[in-house]
Unconditional design. Sequence first.
Length: 395
Amino acid sequence: MIMDLLRKNLKYLNSYENIIIIIDKFLKHIDSKVASILDKALSLKDINDEEALTLFECEGLELWLTVLCADYLRWLSVGDVVTFVINRNINYTNYCIIGCRFCAFSKSIEKESYTLSINEVLKKVEEAWKKGATEVCIQGGINPKLPPEYYINIVKEIKRRYPHIHIHAYSPQEIHHIAKIMNVNYREVLKMLKEYGLDSIPGTAAEILDDEIRKIICPNKINTKTWIEIIRTAHSLDIKSTATIMYGHVEKNVHRVKHLRIIKDIQRETKGFTEFIPLPFIHHKTKLYLEGKARPSSSGIEDIKMHAIARIYLNNYIKNIQASWVKLGIKLVQVLLYAGCNDVGGTLMEENISRAAGPTYGTSLSVDEMVRIIRNVNRIPAQRDTLYRILKIYV
């Protein structure tokens, strides 16, 4: 019956204006509770936490209808344009005293670590600028030997020499550290950095916003309350940020939903998130996995669920859902463009943190490769800036 319905209505698959007809017909053949949730989402109403948890537990036809609904909501929200940014990651140090158990990048022994000089950072920025980058993303470990002037001068000198490049720098963990060594509050740090040229901050260091989980995976990191405070403070100063989640380790679906709710609540209040980026746990070389404390990351089905449900749950608040090619691989990213995603991240030029944990998806993509990846799934490639303003559409 279901396959007959699908074959009978294949003609509608070429038009998102009519695909809702297919969804409506299939909803009659699944669990009524799930059908009600999807119908609610398709009516552009918020689904609640219990309903999101139900979707996380879906399998089979119910799962694929969830995916189709996410894709339809994506089309309603942002159309068929898929964006990317030309950027460069710069990790200024891998020396770190925090000791997160999911991280294989950081080093706590000085002879195994590195720290870039400001001139070395500037050289990388220059290389990125010459290659057309509009953004540099700057993050590093928590290195107690670095003075506050180091963080300030990175931002100051980049903006002085390359005034048109967007500085996307310093996670809430780094902001917390800078405030601590300067003995000032978060607002003062963020305000000062903004005055020197900081444009936005990464919403990393979030992992899972549940302190019981954080005690297991990153016990020395800032807690949930502090992460929220720093993000809200940044948004109040008109410093935009991304929002992230790291999933596939020790958390359960209930923790993922709790995390999504926190992100939604902040966005409802501040409207400061530019995008939501689900990041699967890369397990291969991490203590968390090697010591048997975590599963070996997420399955492909979990990845699809995470991105699709993020679109459904956050659609009325965050329009941009990113699929990270460096974490997921190009082919799965292409699948996720049909599961609610509309962005494939950045060209990166270099990538150190994920690579250290053991994935094999590369560290850089060219603009031509980005365009090909998007075109190959019949979407419209577009270069954006950090704030999702379209710079070029590849027709």
